[in-house]
Write a protein that binds this ligand. Structure first.
Ligand SMILES: C/C(=C\C(=O)SCCNC(=O)CCNC(=O)[C@H](O)C(C)(C)COP(=O)(O)OP(=O)(O)OC[C@H]1O[C@@H](n2cnc3c(N)ncnc32)[C@H](O)[C@@H]1OP(=O)(O)O)C(=O)O
Length: 280
């Protein structure tokens, strides 16, 4: 299939309705252990909308990697390795727990690039989330597809130097955490829970930590250390994190934004992010 055939997907839309139910927020809270538990009618914490509007592809329509087969909403890119590359989000109004909401999606762009790992195809998906006909959240996600390429080496752990001007947290990405995040997002991608598949088929040294999980953990670190609302968030996944060693979250507060970073066990930036702070 030629790239012209994929670009025919630009402009394709999808609408998903869901209830922002308390049960799912409580499951997220059990996983993430925020400072306070969600309650009925309360505002859903920022980024927790990822635990709703879950993929509903029937089992028989899943691809070998566990994702819904391409060619529906997502274009039929032939490169087999899918990864979450990044996202940009604006929070206009918090979603309220206990009320229905609607997510409207559109394929905004498909870009082919040449990377160090080989050819890459980036699919940019735009989302708008409405509750009571009010636009609450706008988001753009970048999903990347790549060719199999060479096996990915495990990062060599080093002792990370202490940081004095930032808030940090060390996370041990064990299989229980990865399983729960896959379950919360109903994400059947096998790189996150099927070790033989991740290693032998996709060439990773271990299970891959979900990019959105790292982003949510950074958001939790930011929001628990300010009283100001978070009005925007963006992140870019630069290198995979595996379940082989702990990784470190770093948050540096500025006047109106928080610069965030997840450092792999080798000390390199695996994911960089930025959160915008509104007024109290
Ligand atoms: C959920 C879920 C899946 C996951 O959660 S997977 C785990 C989270 N994601 C990752 O771990 C991805 C980590 N990133 C990478 O492995 C590499 O960055 C990637 C995407 C394979 C690309 O590496 P390359 O070395 O091949 O690319 P280059 O650095 O040479 O760059 C080539 C051009 O691509 C642009 N680019 C690279 N990375 C990104 C990015 N994250 N976002 C946007 N654009 C990116 C880069 O700027 C270069 O562009 P030029 O215009 O300058 O050529 C699930 O599946 O649902």
């Amino acid at each position: 299939m030629s790239s012209e055939d994929w670009t025919a997907w630009i402009g394709r839309t999808e609408v998903v309705e869901d209830d922002i139910c308390l049960a799912q927020a409580l499951a997220a809270a059990a996983t993430l252990e925020p400072l306070s538990s969600p309650t009925a009618s309360a505002a859903l914490p920022p980024l927790w909308h990822w635990f709703y509007f879950l993929p509903r592809a029937p089992q028989s329509k899943l691809g070998i990697d566990g994702h819904p087969q391409r060619g529906g909403f997502i274009p039929p890119i032939p490169y087999p390795r899918r990864m979450f590359a990044g996202a940009r989000i604006r929070f206009h109004h918090p979603l309220l727990i206990g009320q229905p909401a609607r997510r409207e999606g559109i394929i905004r762009n498909i870009t082919q690039k040449s990377g160090r790992t080989g050819p890459l195809a980036f699919v940019t998906v735009g989302y708008q989330i409405f509750q009571n006909e009010m636009l609450c959240i706008e988001e753009e996600q970048d999903i990347v597809y790549r060719e199999p390429g060479a096996p990915v080496p495990a990062p060599v752990p080093v002792e990370l130097p202490p940081v004095s001007d930032a808030i940090t947290r060390t996370v041990t990405p064990d299989t229980r955490l990865l399983f729960r995040f896959s379950a919360l997002t109903f994400n059947a991608h096998r790189i996150h829970y099927d070790r033989p598949y991740a290693q032998q088929e996709e060439g990773y040294p271990g299970l891959v930590v979900h990019g959105p999980l790292v982003a949510v953990l950074l958001m939790e670190l930011a929001r628990h250390n300010t009283t100001r609302p978070i009005t925007g968030f963006s992140f870019r996944s630069q290198a995979p994190i595996f379940d082989l060693a702990p990784f470190r979250l770093v948050a540096r507060f500025g006047d109106n934004r928080v610069e965030l970073e997840a450092q792999g066990p080798d000390g390199a930036t695996a994911l960089s992010a930025s959160a915008e702070l509104g007024s109290d």
